[in-house]
Design a binder for this molecule. Structure first.
Ligand code: G3I
Length: 311
């Protein structure tokens, strides 16, 4: 079959990790062949780029951007403001609100400026809501109040006038309290003239929970606000070990997400959170679950891949 990236004019992406990119030729080959967009799985997060205050380490992020450049791929930046994977100096520091605000502005300005021109879209704020739609507790909310969200978008825009700026979250694929809250926030930010261009739906699915019929209508209601929408971290975990029935259920979910995105004009990107079961965050986080990707650990196409790309 043709590669996935040739099946649609949308970006078809994967999360990628610098380790295997450097050491596994077959990983590089599949990534370069099938995808025309990449997202750094961890390498652009704050703890990766500034492990000690004022000491930057861009090596992993740069390797990913270079690979993308050499392979004609677009880059999604992940992520500027998050409650997780913060460096210890920041997590444990005793900063005043004013200091913390300056630290956040400096972080956003530094990284967005560094990759200006080589990154297409940034996840500006990641996972800011709780499941009930209230804002998630974090050092940002506690110390800076809810305005940190609008400020983050404005600072990112100042550093790069043309990169697309996104809010991103999980469990927002369906219509529910969390996606309702996201919708209200996006509407409010747009009304205030805050520069937000898109909404990212992580879409970490499990066959045992499925996906509701509100998936595509949900994408559509966001698109109707005048923003792009993107599938940013799709994977579909199964209870392990898998069998043919589980992999068929997985394939059906991948296909529903693919079809839903392609049915919505403003769904500009379909990105999976890793493409091979050889490297996946799932088993480490959900013991007894895994095999969530399009390719198996030997990089053979699974039923999910063939559902998207029957050839
Ligand atoms: O790099 C260190 C290594 O030096 C150390 O020896 C090892 C021991 O634990 O840890 C390594 O860091 C791990 C890192 O992944 C790189 O492999 C961290 O412990 C581990 O927590 C981290 O997990 C990442 C997770 O975000 C952190 O919350 C996953 O790889 C990554 O896939 C996951 O991605 C998130 C998205 O950013 C946001 N949406 C959800 C998604 C899945 O959780």
């Amino acid at each position: 079959p043709p590669p996935l990236k040739e099946l649609t004019d949308r970006y078809v992406g994967s999360a990628v990790a610098a380790g295997p990119l450097a050491s596994e030729a077959d990983y590089r080959a599949t990534l370069g062949r099938e995808f025309d967009s990449v997202t750094a799985e961890n390498e652009m997060k704050w703890s990766s780029v500034e492990p000690n205050r004022g000491q930057y380490n861009w090596s992993g992020a740069d390797q990913i951007v270079e690979f993308a450049d050499q392979n004609g791929q677009s880059v999604r930046g992940h992520t500027l403001v998050w409650h997780s994977q913060l460096p210890n100096w920041l997590q444990n520091g005793d900063f005043s609100a004013e200091e913390l605000r300056g630290i956040l502005q400096n972080h956003i300005t530094t990284i967005v400026t560094r990759y200006r021109g080589s990154i297409r879209a940034w996840d500006v704020v990641n996972e800011v809501f709780n499941e009930d739609g209230s804002l998630r507790d974090s050092i940002w909310l506690r110390q800076l109040g809810p305005d940190y969200i609008a400020d983050a978008f404005r600072w990112a825009r100042e550093a790069d006038p043309s990169v697309k700026l996104y809010i991103n979250d999980y469990n927002t694929e369906n219509i529910n309290a969390k996606s309702d809250a996201t919708y209200a926030l996006v509407q409010d930010l747009r009304a205030q003239g805050v520069p937000i261009d898109g909404v990212g739906f992580q879409t970490h699915l499990a066959t045992k929970y499925g996906l509701s019929d509100s998936f595509q209508p949900n994408l559509e209601r966001f698109a109707a606000l005048g923003v792009d929408v993107a599938i940013t971290e799709l994977d579909v975990r199964v209870d392990t070990p898998s069998d043919a029935a589980k992999l068929a259920a997985q394939a059906e979910l991948y296909k529903r997400v693919w079809d839903g995105c392609l049915a919505v004009d403003r769904c500009v990107e379909f990105t999976v959170w890793g493409f091979t079961d050889r490297h996946s965050w799932v088993p480490g986080t959900f013991p007894g679950e895994g095999e969530a990707c399009l390719f198996d650990a030997s990089l053979n196409a699974k039923p999910a891949y063939r559902a998207l790309n029957p050839g």
